[in-house]
Design a protein around this ligand. Structure first.
Ligand SMILES: [Mg+2]
Length: 233
């Protein structure tokens, strides 16, 4: 049996349902901006992808700095606002509204208790592509570290988050890590590529569509401590 020392967690859609949170944050921030400057053409998802691509060409860090990406999108959408100082103020304020709303989350049932139980036996860490900060929440105290794409300077499923994690914990090897997340590629393939054990959080009965073996899955955080106990203790 493997001896697990470190458990790493994805955040968005693993600890909470991210769709309602991000949707509300976007709608409210756009409304705030339009109240200030009038109607903006925000465009659809394809416009967003094109804009993102253009911005990455201008500044490659935007590939993994999603906060900067969001700010630069606001800056493009406000390009007609003069003077520049006003435009920059609006961008900063809009971003701070967005990031505050982005932290209005509701944990899935059982998350806090599972983290409390697991933190007594394991080192816990966060590996996220997003810009949520667990240390804004009370449950942040259960995590020894949190690594975002900003810190990893790369995004999952690339291995950078795990390389940074190795430096956060003394004498740890990939063999002693368990990674838990909802995303088949950004979490499960991400860990699988390095021989790291995984548990797949699958709370909406998704079909496994990868060409490697499906890992153990769970659909309720209330079951997680027991699943880990049975598997590793
Ligand atoms: Mg996720």
């Amino acid at each position: 049996m493997k001896e697990i020392k470190l458990i790493t967690f994805d955040l968005d859609d693993t600890l909470w349902d991210n769709v309602p949170t991000i949707t509300r944050a976007e709608v409210d921030t756009r409304k705030w901006i339009e109240d200030k400057v009038g109607k903006i053409e925000w465009g659809g998802f394809n416009d967003f992808l094109k804009l993102r691509e253009d911005l990455i060409k201008e500044d490659p860090v935007i590939e993994w700095d999603i906060s900067k990406l969001r700010k630069e999108i606001f800056r493009k959408k406000l390009a007609h606002v003069e003077p520049l100082t006003l435009r920059n103020e609006l961008v900063d304020e809009a971003f701070s509204i967005f990031i505050s709303k982005r932290h209005e989350i509701e944990l899935f049932n059982g998350v806090e208790e599972a983290l409390r139980v697991l933190s007594k036996k394991y080192i816990l860490g966060v590996l996220t592509n997003g810009n949520a900060d667990v240390y804004r929440f009370k449950f942040g105290k259960y995590f020894n570290f949190a690594i975002s794409s900003l810190e990893a300077k790369n995004s999952k499923p690339n291995r950078a988050h795990f390389d940074v994690a190795l430096n956060k914990v003394d004498n740890i090897t990939f063999d002693q890590i368990l990674h838990i997340g909802d995303h088949q590629i950004n979490d499960i393939l991400f860990a699988y590529n390095l021989g790291i054990d995984t548990l797949w959080f699958n709370n909406n009965n998704a079909e496994w569509v990868q060409d490697f073996e499906k890992p153990a899955e769970f659909n309720s955080w209330n079951l997680l401590p027991e699943i880990i106990k049975n598997k590793y203790e």
